[in-house]
Design a protein around this ligand. Structure first.
Ligand code: HEM
Length: 401
């Protein structure tokens, strides 16, 4: 694919690289070095700080029952978490020239990756580059390259060896692995491509999920009531909810599962391909067959789910169905060897984000939006067509904001 080739340094990242020895090595770096349980633990202060910075900003903006732009708040949260974890710098909370350039180029990347390029299917159309698509890709990559080069240079100047210190970010870790004999394929281009991959993959999916969850909660007020009763019971109103509370919040976890079922952030998994000929339930599948898995349809299929179109977190309370890729009726993170390596981070960000929003505020619809628009935009991800706005009423003592 032309876009992935140009934007990700000849597909040197993990998401766009073909299965093989290179992908195996880079995938191992993601799982063992970047998104490991130890790194999750070391970075939990970032998630908490950013979650409560969002609460503070909503608290200021909801004064006098003003309508809150919930969409921007949630996207701000997930972008800030990932930028701090990857770069140790929150580009998204700043309005510096550098930060604005970074945000602009990020938007251009998402746009270019979402475009259908006929040259990917008809080679001579690609050679002509009639619509200037290739030129635009090259320009975007050049701009991104100079930003990432600068970031890497700054990190190289400060790197004096990596410890498990909480201030260590993904760029530090990747630079420290460059001469590691276990990772012989790791080049400077791989590092740049991985940095872009993490920033892109780590933001949108988590934000989209929190926004859908809160939208469903607004349509089903008894869900909000039950989730807040659980928060009051497990955490109380005299302290703020933390990541350590999440395992006890079973109803909140069920809300997140139910949101993944009805609104999977990746509605159709990244295309998979059979590496060899196989037989599946009596059908012969030749090698190199492209497989598209429609997770969205699986989640709404009445042969898998009772009252399939109803939002009912209760269905998960006494069920062992999980999102980790073993229960094929619910696979928002995919399944098998290409399944999402960011599952733990994605889940923690979504559950914590939702928990702080529900503990800190009572949510209601503005009278002008009584009919909440639940239309979807279908693409690489599945965001709401109309960004969520709502009224937030504080429900904790003043000193906790
Ligand atoms: C709610 C949050 C998230 C959801 C629902 C999600 C979902 C997915 C899905 C469906 C895939 C494709 C799996 C397949 O085709 O079988 C994927 C791949 C991937 N995700 Fe996530 N993701 C989330 C968060 C994250 C985060 C936080 C990161 C890292 C910072 C991340 C990094 C990746 C990468 C690198 C891949 C490509 C893996 C490969 O091709 O080997 N994701 N994700």
């Amino acid at each position: 694919m032309l876009a992935a080739n140009i934007l990700f340094y000849n597909q040197k990242d993990v998401a766009w690289s073909q299965y093989g020895p290179y992908w195996r090595e880079i995938r191992k770096i993601c799982l063992v070095e970047l998104l490991s349980p130890a790194r999750m633990e070391a970075s939990k202060h970032i998630r908490i700080e950013e979650a409560y910075s969002m609460v503070k900003s909503i608290r200021v903006n909801c004064e006098g029952r003003k309508v809150v732009d919930v969409h921007s708040q949630i996207y701000g949260l997930t972008r800030s978490i990932i930028a701090r974890m990857v770069l140790n710098r929150n580009y998204f909370a700043s309005n510096s020239k550098e930060a604005l350039e970074f945000k602009e180029i990020g938007t251009e990347y998402s746009h270019l990756l979402g475009v259908i390029n006929f040259g990917d299917f008809i080679p001579y159309v690609g050679l002509l580059d009639i619509r200037g698509y290739k030129r635009r890709l090259m320009a975007a990559r050049k701009r991104m390259d100079s930003i990432i080069d600068k970031i890497i240079q700054e990190h190289q100047e400060k790197t004096t060896g990596v410890s498990t210190d909480a201030s260590i970010d993904f760029v530090d870790v990747l630079l420290s692995l460059k001469n590691n004999k276990d990772y012989q394929h790791l080049s400077m281009d791989s590092i740049k491509a991985l940095v872009i991959d993490m920033l892109a993959a780590g933001t949108e999916s988590s934000a989209v999920t929190i926004e859908w969850a809160l939208s469903e909660i607004l349509l089903n007020p008894w869900v909000q009531e039950k989730a807040q009763q659980e928060l009051d019971h497990v955490v109380g109103r005299e302290r703020k909810v933390e990541e350590a509370d999440l395992p006890q919040l079973k109803y909140l976890q069920s809300i997140v599962k139910e949101t993944f079922r009805l609104h999977p952030p990746g509605p159709v998994l990244v295309p998979h391909e059979s590496t060899q000929a196989v037989q599946v339930t009596g059908y012969d599948i030749p090698a190199n067959t492209r497989l598209l898995v429609n997770v969205w349809a699986i989640g709404r299929d009445p042969s898998n789910w009772e009252r399939a179109l109803e939002f009912s977190p209760e269905r998960f309370l006494n069920s062992n169905i999980d999102v980790r890729g073993y229960d094929f009726e619910l696979i928002p993170f995919g399944s098998g060897r290409r399944a999402c390596p960011g599952l733990a981070l994605g889940l923690a960000s979504v559950q914590l984000g939702l928990a702080v929003l529900l503990q800190s505020f009572e949510w209601s619809l503005p009278s002008s939006h009584e009919k909440l628009d639940m239309s979807e935009v279908f693409g690489l991800t599945l965001p709401k067509a109309v960004p969520l706005h709502a009224i937030a009423t504080p429900r904790l003592p003043h000193h906790l904001y």
